[in-house]
Design a protein around this ligand. Structure first.
Ligand code: AMP
Length: 593
C-alpha cells in the first residue's frame, strides 16, 4: 500500500490508524511488497547491478525476489557505502544508489559515534516523517485530546545547511524537515501550530533560539497544548536556562520588548512582529516563578502552561537519564515518549502513549523500509576470548522475530541503503497485530571494555542510576554523565565523569563510586575486578557547565541541537580533553578492596 495514499490533508486520525492497523495485521507480506517496491524503484542502479546482475525484476515474484535479494546482497555498514555516497556528494550524477538523482544529503548527528555521516535524503524521507508524526499524533489524541487551533511549545533547532562539492544541499535530517513543505502540512493537518516562527527555528544560534522559544511559549502560555522537542535533552536544557532567564523574559513580556541578547535582525523582527506588551501576564509569571524557585522548580510546566496536556519527546535510550529532571518540571503532566527512528529511516511508532517512558515500545511501520533483524546473544559466562560485544546469528525477516530476543536492525530503504546495519540493539517486546513492538536497548558499539569485560550503554545507565541515587542524601542531583575506558595506564580501569548540581561531601561521592563499581554485573568485569586486572572504578566530578562545552563542541562541528545526544562512552580526544580540564575532584572505588 502506498504511504502517500493515506498521507493527504483530508484524511483524519482515524483513517491513518485504520491504515496502520491494516498494514500491521499483514506485516510479513507488506514487508515483501515493500522490498519489491524499493527494488523496482531503484532497479538497474550500479550498486544493485553489482550484486544482483541482470535479473529481470518483473519476471520474479515478490517472495522469490526477497530470498534472492537477501542471499545475494551483503550486509554492509556505513563505511562500505561511503565511497558511493561520497561520489554522490561530489556530484557524480550516475545512478549509483537510487534512480532518482539525489539532491540532498543528511548528516547523522554523529554524537554517538563521534563522526557525522552523510546519509541519502529524498522527498520520501520528509514524507515518512510527516506520516509517522501524523500517526503518532492520532494515537496521542485518543488519550490526550488537544484543542484544534492550539499552540505547541517546540524546542526545535535547525542547523546550518551547506552545499557539498557536487552542489547537493547537506544538513541534518531535522533541518531538512523543518525547512520542508511537510513541516507546514503537519501543523495544518494536526491543527496545532508551533509558537515560534521559522526565523527562530532556523536562526542558527541555539541560545538565542531557546530564549525566543521560551518567550513565545510564555506569551502564548494559555494556548499551549503540549511541549515538545526531538530529544528530551533539549527540553531539560531549555528549562535549566529558564531558571536563569525568567526575570528578563518577564521584562520582555511586560513591555513587549526583546532582550539585547537577541542580535540577529531577522529573528528580532519576526519575534517583535508577534509579541505586544502584556503586564498582567508578566506579573502572573513573575509571581509563579518566585514560588517555583522555592520549590526548586518542581511543577514548572503545569504552573506556567496550565493547559498543557503532556510533554512529548524521545525519552528512551540515551535520553532516559534526563527523565528524573523532566519529571520534576512536569509534575503531574504526563510524559509521552516519542517515536523511534534515525536519519536513515523511521522505524516504529509509540501506539501506547499513556505508558510511562520506561515501558514504551515501538511498533514497526512495515511500509517505511524493509527491515531485517540480526539475532544477538550475550557471551557465555566463561567465553573470555570473544572479541566482539555479542555473538550473532543469521538475519531474519520481520515476520520471524521472536519475543524476548535481542536483535541488531538492518535497513533497506527507499533512499538507496541496501542491507545496512543501523547499529542499534533492540529487543522484541511483543506484537501489535502482526508487527513487532521493539524495546530500544542501546547503540551496539558503544561499550566500555578494558579486556574481557563488556558493558553496553544500557549497563552503564543502570549503574549510574544506582550510584546517583545516593546523591539524594546530599540533596544534590546528577546533571549529566559520560565514561571512558582508560587502557593506557595499567591496570586499565573505567572512568565515569559526573556533572552534579549541589554540594556533595567526598564521603558520599566515595559511596556513589563504590556503588557503581559493585553494580556492574558483567561477568568479565566482576572477574577482572576481583583479580585486579581491571583497576578500581574512578569517579571524576567535572565543573558546572562542562557538558554544555561538550554540546558546543558538537554544535561547532555542524551537529544540530535537535539531534544532540550526549555520548555515554567516549575515546574522542577533544572530549576527553574538555572533561579532564574541567575535572575538579577524583574518587576511587573501594569495592573489591
Ligand atoms: P541520528 O544519528 O541523529 O539520526 O540518531 C538516530 C539514533 O538515535 C538512532 O539510531 C537511535 O540510536 C537513537 N534514537 C532515535 N530514536 C530513539 C528512541 N525513540 N529511543 C531511543 N533512541 C532513539
Amino acid at each position: 500500500m502506498e504511504p502517500a495514499a493515506v498521507c493527504n490533508n483530508r484524511s483524519n486520525g482515524d483513517d491513518i490508524i485504520r491504515w496502520f492497523e491494516d498494514v500491521s495485521e499483514n506485516a510479513g507480506s507488506v514487508q515483501t511488497q515493500t522490498l519489491w517496491r524499493i527494488l523496482e524503484l531503484n532497479w538497474g542502479v550500479e550498486y544493485l547491478k553489482k550484486w544482483l546482475g541482470d535479473i529481470k525484476i518483473h519476471e520474479v515474484d515478490a517472495c522469490a525476489l526477497e530470498s534472492l535479494y537477501t542471499s545475494l546482497v551483503p550486509l554492509v555498514s556505513h563505511a562500505d557505502l561511503e565511497p558511493y555516497i561520497q561520489r554522490i556528494a561530489n556530484g557524480d550524477s550516475a545512478s549509483t544508489l537510487t534512480q532518482q538523482p539525489m539532491t540532498t544529503l543528511s548528516l547523522s548527528s554523529g554524537t554517538t559515534e563521534g563522526r557525522q555521516k552523510y546519509v541519502p535524503f529524498t522527498r520520501h524521507s520528509a514524507q515518512t516523517t510527516l506520516q509517522i508524526f501524523r500517526l503518532a499524533a492520532a494515537y496521542r489524541s485518543r488519550v490526550y485530546p488537544t484543542r484544534e487551533g492550539g499552540k505547541i511549545l517546540e524546542f526545535i533547532y535547525s542547523s546550518r545547511q551547506f552545499k557539498t562539492r557536487g552542489g547537493l544541499t547537506a544538513g541534518t535530517a531535522t533541518t531538512h524537515y523543518y525547512a520542508s513543505q511537510e513541516f507546514k502540512i503537519k501543523q495544518e493537518t494536526t491543527k496545532t501550530f508551533t509558537c515560534s516562527p521559522q526565523e527562530v527555528i532556523s536562526s542558527g544560534d541555539n541560545k538565542q533560539a531557546t530564549y525566543c522559544h521560551l518567550l513565545l511559549g510564555l506569551f502564548f502560555s494559555d494556548q499551549v497544548e503540549f511541549i515538545t522537542s526531538t530529544f528530551a535533552y533539549s527540553i531539560v536544557q531549555s528549562f535549566i536556562a529558564f531558571e536563569e532567564l525568567w526575570r528578563d523574559l518577564c521584562i520582555d513580556i511586560r513591555e513587549g520588548t526583546l532582550s539585547k541578547r537577541i542580535n540577529l535582525p531577522k529573528v528580532r523582527k519576526a519575534v517583535l512582529d508577534i509579541i505586544s506588551p502584556n503586564p498582567k501576564l508578566a506579573s502572573k509569571i513573575e509571581a509563579a516563578c518566585k514560588e517555583l524557585e522555592d520549590l526548586d522548580w518542581f511543577g514548572l510546566v503545569p504552573r506556567l502552561w496550565p493547559n498543557a496536556k503532556y510533554v512529548y519527546s524521545i525519552m528512551t535510550g540515551s535520553m532516559q537519564p534526563y527523565l528524573k529532571k523532566l519529571r520534576r518540571y512536569a509534575a503531574d503532566v504526563s510524559l509521552v515518549s516519542a517515536e523511534y527512528g534515525s536519519t536513515e529511516s523511521w522505524i516504529g511508532v509509540n501506539v501506547d502513549p499513556c505508558l510511562p517512558p520506561e515501558d514504551v515500545t515501538f511498533a514497526v511501520v512495515p511500509t517505511f523500509s524493509y527491515f531485517e533483524f540480526i539475532p544477538l546473544y550475550r557471551h557465555q559466562k566463561d567465553c573470555n576470548l570473544a572479541v566482539d560485544d555479542f555473538i550473532e546469528d543469521k538475519p531474519v525477516p520481520l515476520s520471524q522475530v521472536k519475543v524476548g530476543q535481542e536483535y541488531e536492525i538492518v535497513l533497506t530503504t527507499f533512499t538507496g541503503l541496501y542491507r545496512y546495519r543501523l547499529g542499534d540493539v533492540v529487543e522484541v517486546a511483543g506484537f501489535h497485530k502482526g508487527t513487532p513492538k521493539l524495546n530500544f536497548i542501546c547503540r551496539r558499539k558503544l561499550i566500555l571494555t578494558v579486556n574481557i569485560d563488556k558493558n553496553t550503554e544500557k549497563d552503564l545507565q543502570i549503574v549510574v542510576e544506582r550510584g546517583s541515587q545516593l546523591l539524594s542524601k546530599s540533596r544534590a542531583e546528577l546533571i549529566d554523565f559520560t565514561s571512558h575506558a582508560d587502557v593506557v595506564n595499567q591496570p586499565g580501569h573505567y572512568i565515569i565523569y559526573w556533572e552534579i548540581k549541589g554540594d556533595v561531601e567526598e564521603r558520599v561521592l566515595g559511596d556513589c563510586c563504590r556503588e557503581m563499581d559493585a553494580s556492574f554485573v558483567d561477568h568479565g568485569y566482576v572477574v577482572s575486578r576481583k583479580s585486579n586486572s581491571i583497576g578500581p572504578l574512578e569517579l571524576r566530578i567535572v565543573e558546572k557547565g562542562t557538558f554544555k562545552k561538550i554540546l558546543e563542541y558538537f554544535i561547532g562541528n555542524g551537529s544540530a541541537l535537535s539531534q544532540f545526544k550526549t555520548p555515554r562512552c567516549t575515546s574522542n580526544k577533544v572530549l576527553l580533553n574538555i572533561l579532564n580540564r574541567c575535572t575538579i575532584k577524583r574518587v576511587y572505588s573501594t569495592a573489591y578492596a
